[in-house]
Design a protein around this ligand. Structure first.
Ligand code: ZN
Length: 386
């Protein structure tokens, strides 16, 4: 009996979280939508919605036009008085914080560029930014962290990222939980970005997708059946270390010909500088097009990306690839080229077309992904809104 009681309580929490998720991400707008999508009774949905209304988390506003049955449904929205979420991005060059509502609207943001901080300095910067963001809201439900990898998201630790000022094994989740007495959730930056695109961005309508972040290394986050796909110790998959040449250059990981050796941001910039001369940012080079030398260079770069990405797709059968960080600067013309190259290489291409896009939130995907680490826990009923 005890277990039955526990299961019923869990179901209730899950259903409440799911209602918030469906409203916040725009998948449902009315009580009728919720009944249809969740397969619950009208009474159950009504009870949940009314309870959230009483607590100032949901509001019902304008009446929509007549539905098929001749009724005039009422639009449900997240209330402006609902609590806010703090998102924190920790990457090699900067720490950035945002305060968002459930719709992922940014109400406050602040960043600090990192200049070889010690571990203690980094912790001080992080705590100051989070404190500033919390101070801008009446009520905060949690702090989401999106960090350069490797990240042990189970234990809440930033492991030992290469080239990160010698800082490693940082128990960031326990540091923030202790200081702010709020729930904290962490994932690697591209996993967080993939989650953001799944809930709010260009991944809407897909149950599985991969975000590939091109920067000093090449990382990825994979959403499989609506959840972050991870392995041992919840470490993220490492697409950058998929080999595209088994006799190729030796990589720090021990393998040869890893994709990231050929398509990381520094390597790409060096190739553009060699062809077009120095003086431009990577963004400026990448946005050049309709120049024969650029077409030739990008053809080779896209071929290399297609080789690594299609190997991963063949393992997991994903149908959406989103290119983030510096990859988000790539023009539509070359994204389409990459899409064609991937589809030529994918085994199931007769049954599945792989689509390649930029993140909806472009350079903010990983930052807003931090917020989504908390939102997902709310939508799953893992963090309860009092
Ligand atoms: Zn490698």
């Amino acid at each position: 009996m005890k277990n039955l009681g526990k299961n019923a309580a869990d179901n209730k929490k899950n259903n409440r979280g799911k209602v918030l998720g469906l409203i916040a991400t725009g998948r449902c707008r009315t009580r009728r939508d919720l009944v249809d999508l969740m397969g619950l009774t009208k009474v159950t949905i009504s009870n949940i919605v009314s309870d959230f209304q009483e607590k100032g988390i949901l509001i019902e506003d304008e009446k929509l036009s007549l539905d098929k049955a001749g009724r005039r449904p009422v639009n449900i929205k997240i209330s402006p008085s609902a609590p806010r979420i703090v998102g924190l991005l920790v990457i090699r060059d900067r720490v950035e914080v945002v305060l968002c509502d459930f719709y992922l609207h940014i109400e406050y943001r602040e960043k600090v560029i990192l200049e070889h901080p010690t571990e203690q300095e980094l912790i001080r910067i992080i705590c100051r930014l989070v404190e500033n963001a919390i101070g801008k809201a009446e009520k905060v439900i949690g702090i989401g962290v999106s960090s350069l990898g490797p990240v042990d998201s189970g234990d809440g630790i930033i492991m030992e990222p290469p080239y990160f000022y010698g800082i490693g094994r940082l128990p960031i989740v326990s540091i923030l939980e202790t200081k702010f007495s709020l729930p904290v959730r962490i994932h690697q930056d591209n996993e967080s970005g993939a989650l953001e695109e799944y809930y709010y961005g260009n991944g809407k309508g897909h149950e599985s997708l991969m975000l590939v972040g091109i920067e000093r290394g090449v990382g990825c986050g994979i959403i499989k059946d609506g959840k972050i796909y991870s392995g041992f110790h919840r470490l993220s998959p490492e697409i950058g270390h998929v080999s595209i040449d088994y006799k190729g250059r030796k990589c720090i990981c021990g393998n040869r010909g890893c994709m990231e050796l050929y398509v990381n941001s520094e390597e790409l910039k060096a190739r553009f500088e060699k062809t077009f001369g120095k003086g431009k940012s990577l963004e400026e080079y990448i946005s050049m097009q309709d120049i024969p030398e650029m077409d030739e260079l990008m053809d080779d770069i896209m071929e290399k990306l297609a080789a690594g990405i299609s190997s991963t797709i063949n393992l997991l059968n994903l149908d959406l690839v989103i290119l983030g960080y510096d990859g988000a600067y790539i023009s539509e013309k070359y994204l389409n080229l990459l899409e064609r190259k991937i589809n030529k290489r994918v085994f199931n291409s007769s049954r599945m077309t792989v689509v390649v896009k930029k993140p909806y939130y472009l350079q903010d995907a990983q930052l807003l992904g931090a917020v989504c680490n908390i939102l997902q826990a709310v939508f799953d009923g893992d963090i309860n809104i009092p």
